[in-house]
Design a protein around this ligand. Structure first.
Ligand code: XIL
Length: 668
């Protein structure tokens, strides 16, 4: 007696000390505050006697938990005192209390081999009658609270403890066989399609035959399309208990089935009397379970099987054990409470991560921003500057990961960063992006040529770059050239421009027309046509005529003699040469004489009787005519009377020099 009084004193002192530490270091809010902020459920099973009669009990529940479950009040024996009667008084009171206090409710339990009313157990009903009773029970109970219960334990403890088989001594199994399980889920789903439907059991949280059997059972149900949503881990544990990799891998395989998990009835019993060391050990187990559940996306809730150590099923069920919960007999918090609280608040005490992936898309007087979610963020600060690097002004505080900043000035470049925010504080800024809003633009393009004046020598080529300047215009632009002098070709590379430029090449043949002409480049695309012009000069001199000058000369000794001369000066040897002089016949004058000043390399002939007399001079095959000045090739006429007019007489000189062939022609 004395001994246990001392222990109680020690315990009180320790919890007072812990209470002070918590107050000094952490926000130390009630459990439901941080749980709610994280979208998590921290719950307790409610016993009707203290619920109806103890203010401290009710206040503790109201303050600390955002989920409750009836410890007994929704079991079949409580709800169905007789075959014809339902008694919803306690269950309704709990539901109303939860609603008034903004708490979620777990429904426990629809089909279990324990706490079945005697009228059913001893009633000698047929299989069909038992199915009807089960259906009627589920329809009435689940239907009554339809939409108000987040999760129902539909079937409880169907697996045996020793061999991983079905529990064959169960009332339901004996009357209906294994079918009772899918039937129960089907009925519950019909009664409330929104409620999460659970299979609930104990000692199936980690590895072993029972865990495997539960896993196989729920896998089979999922495979058959039975409407099951979750697995409840009761978690009735003995101190010292720790979460292990067996729990995490079991959770993973359950989650892989698409099912959720809840810790539905947690307690950690200690051999009594407990001491401070054991209470600290117990706190480790509770801390583990909380951390595990928070870190496991499939794990939705942690419910303790009671509130205070003074009111627990443990001492009655496991003689010699007790103190399994978060509050002591005086509703003082235990180390276990602080461990749960610390874990619930751990995630909340960290500032959020820095947002990444920020992009900015300019629009008309606005910029649309989006980014990737940052861990632990509850909202974001969107900040803007008109100078790179800031200083920034916050222009928006969205809770989602996108924001459009409006009312901006077109043509101004803006710089943006985003930081993440939560109750603890603000992350550093994200990387900066910039954008320049623009008035909505009409699609257009223009062409320009650089250079806009191009010279090309005969026999050579020259280029100009055609630039396509686009404004909100994305179509391909097809290019063409017109107004080319004869003997000049234009080639575009590319001819269809999807980018911003094309290289235009002019190639002049050896006989291209010399002089300057205006070439028009036309671009066509997207329903638009645009042009630019190039002044193209084709030059005949220099390399354009191969360094050969050809002049016409008339040597006259009128009225009886004319000599029409082609004089050739070449600065490079000619490897081929052919000269044709055409003279119009004139009455009274004879035509036939011809000579050259080159000599035997030249063959020559004429057609003395034709209307137009053709004189030809040719370089003999295999011969080369070296460089020289004013070599004469002459067509002669002679006679008396009227002098022969030379104006209609022409010459054509074709020659090859430097591997290229040139033609020059003219008249006398
Ligand atoms: C227990 C209650 O806590 C006791 O008050 C009652 O006398 C018996 O049942 N698994 C379950 C719970 O699913 O319903 C049990 O609750 C504990 C074990």
């Amino acid at each position: 007696m004395r001994h246990s009084q001392n222990r109680r004193l020690v315990r009180t002192a320790i919890s007072a000390l812990l209470g002070a530490m918590v107050a000094a270091t952490a926000p130390a809010a009630p459990l439901r505050t941080s749980a709610t902020a994280r979208g998590f459920f921290i719950g307790a099973a409610i016993s009707m006697t203290p619920f109806r009669g103890e203010t401290a009990y009710v206040q503790t529940v109201q303050r600390e938990f955002n989920m409750i479950v009836a410890e007994n009040a929704m079991k079949m024996d409580a709800l169905r005192p007789s075959a014809s009667q339902f008694n919803f008084a306690d269950a309704d009171a709990l539901m109303d209390f939860a609603t008034a206090n903004n708490m979620a409710v777990r429904g426990h339990v629809l089909v279990w081999h324990n706490q079945i009313p005697n009228w059913l157990r001893n009633g000698n009903f047929t299989r069909e009658q038992v199915i009807d009773i089960m259906r009627d029970h589920i329809m009435n109970v689940v239907g009554r609270y339809r939409g108000r219960i987040v999760a129902w334990d539909v079937v409880n403890e169907a697996i045996s403890d020793n061999n991983g088989q079905m529990r064959t001594d169960s009332f339901w199994f004996q009357r209906l066989g294994a079918d009772y399980i899918p039937l129960a889920f089907q009925f519950a789903h019909e009664a409330d399609p929104a409620a999460k439907l659970y299979y609930n059991d104990y000692e199936a949280e980690g590895s072993g035959a029972k865990s495997d059997a539960v896993f196989n059972l729920v896998s089979g149900l999922v495979a058959q399309g039975v409407p099951i949503n979750g697995v409840g881990w009761q978690m009735h544990k003995i101190n010292p208990f720790r979460i292990s990799s067996a729990n995490t891998s079991n959770a993973q395989r359950i989650a892989n089935l698409g099912l959720e998990i809840s810790i539905t009835e947690m307690d950690i019993r200690i051999a009594t009397p407990s001491d401070a060391t054991e209470l600290q050990q117990q706190a480790l187990g509770y801390g583990d379970a909380t951390r595990f559940c928070l870190a496991t996306p499939a794990c939705k809730a942690l419910v303790t099987w009671g509130v205070t150590d003074r009111i627990s099923w443990v001492p009655g069920t496991f003689p010699g054990f007790g103190d399994p919960l978060l509050f002591d007999g005086s509703f003082q918090i235990k180390p276990a409470y602080t461990a749960v609280q610390t874990e619930l608040e751990a995630g909340m005490q960290q500032a959020p991560a820095t947002p990444t992936g920020l992009t900015a898309t300019p629009g008309n007087a606005q910029v649309a921003l989006s980014w990737s979610p940052a861990a632990r963020a509850t909202s974001y600060n969107v900040k803007r500057a008109t100078v790179s690097g800031g200083p920034y002004t916050t222009v928006g505080t969205p809770t989602t990961t996108s924001f459009t900043n409006t009312g901006l000035t077109n043509g101004t470049t803006y710089f943006f960063v985003v930081s993440a925010v939560n109750a603890v504080g603000q992350s550093p800024n994200s990387g900066q992006v910039s954008a320049t809003p623009q008035a909505t633009q009409t699609p257009n393009f223009t062409l320009s040529a650089n250079p806009a004046s191009v010279s090309v020598a005969r026999g050579a080529s020259a280029t100009s770059t055609i630039t396509v300047t686009r404004t909100a215009f994305t179509a391909a632009v097809g290019l063409a050239a017109s107004g080319l002098p004869s003997g000049v070709t234009a080639t575009f590379n590319p001819v269809s421009v999807t980018g911003t430029s094309s290289l235009l090449t002019f190639a002049a043949s050896a006989t291209a027309t010399t002089g300057t002409s205006t070439v028009t480049v036309t671009g066509t695309g997207g329903g638009l046509t645009r042009t630019t012009t190039i002044a193209l000069t084709v030059s005949g001199g220099g390399t354009g005529d191969g360094g050969v000058s050809v002049t016409a000369f008339v040597q006259a000794n009128s009225p009886w003699f004319n000599e029409e001369q082609v004089r050739i000066t070449s600065t490079a040897p000619l490897t081929a040469l052919s000269i044709t002089v055409v003279v119009q016949r004139t009455g009274g004058i004879s035509h036939s004489g011809q000579y050259n000043t080159v000599g035997g390399q030249i063959t020559q002939s004429n057609s003395s009787t034709a209307t137009a007399i053709t004189y030809t001079f040719g370089l003999a095959p295999g011969q080369t005519l070296g460089t020289g000045n004013g070599r004469i090739f002459a067509a002669q006429t002679s006679g008396t009377g009227t002098i022969h007019s030379t104006t209609a007489d022409t010459f054509t000189v074709t020659y090859t020099t430097g591997g290229q062939t040139f033609t020059q022609s003219g008249h006398f």
